[in-house]
Design a protein around this ligand. Sequence first.
Ligand SMILES: [Fe+2]
Ligand SMILES: [Fe+2]
Length: 272
Amino acid sequence: MKVVQMSDIHVGSGLFRPELLSSAIEETNALQPDLVAVVGDLTTEGYRWEFEEAKGYLDRIECENVVYAMGNHDARSVGYRYFEELFGMREGAFVVPFPGGEAKVVVLDSTKPDLDDGEVGREHYAWLDSEFRGWERGPKILMIHHHILAVPGTGRDVNILSDAGDVMAILRELKVDVVLSGHRHVPYVWSISGVRIIHSGTVSSMRVRGTMPPSYNVIEFGPEEVSITLREPGKGEGEPLASFSREPVTSSRFYPDFNRFVKYDRLPFLKE
Ligand SMILES: [Fe+2]
Ligand SMILES: [Fe+2]
């Protein structure tokens, strides 16, 4: 299975570079991925014209499965309503076929209107569990804009998911294969307690940090290994970013029962 992960497009910013986005989309089409995961911050201020302009580019992606996540910038100026109008549901679960299997993709909206902070929220935990538990037909992929773990090379860390601990415990319990995130504009990969978190940089803006240029990730799930290539739009094949075994290998065991730490709330209006 091949996945292209891109994020932090930032149409509307003076630092947006349309030629980078066009190149990334052309290269994505040439790669013929099974999934294109766009992990938030399509816009800068959440204005309708920004979403429309972003859509003008992103509609050129030929892949049948393109999934969009909300970013904090998309939630500014009540932009989430335009996101829904132009890009569909802010949250959902999708089955993505690939040769030899089917991946389960869950996209969560971690944003709050006008705040840069992120949160999954307890009311989502049981739903996340119901989508991922028992899925054996292919990779389990979570898309969420905000970072669960701090990303190095980004300065002082801010806006980490406010319920990151609970979310990490759930991902470990559910053996989620990979988490795709953006937000920090620096590509990085963590593998911790069997949870793999893959960050993409900013694909098409000069809102970069430190040494990392605008970039996106190409993720290939092989039978034994998952490999991630970092690509700069318009600059060819890219360089290896990370790889890990398809099955999580962890030397850590933790013995107390999961529900001593995380309790799933039930939405009061939902019946059992
Ligand atoms: Fe961003
Ligand atoms: Fe962001």
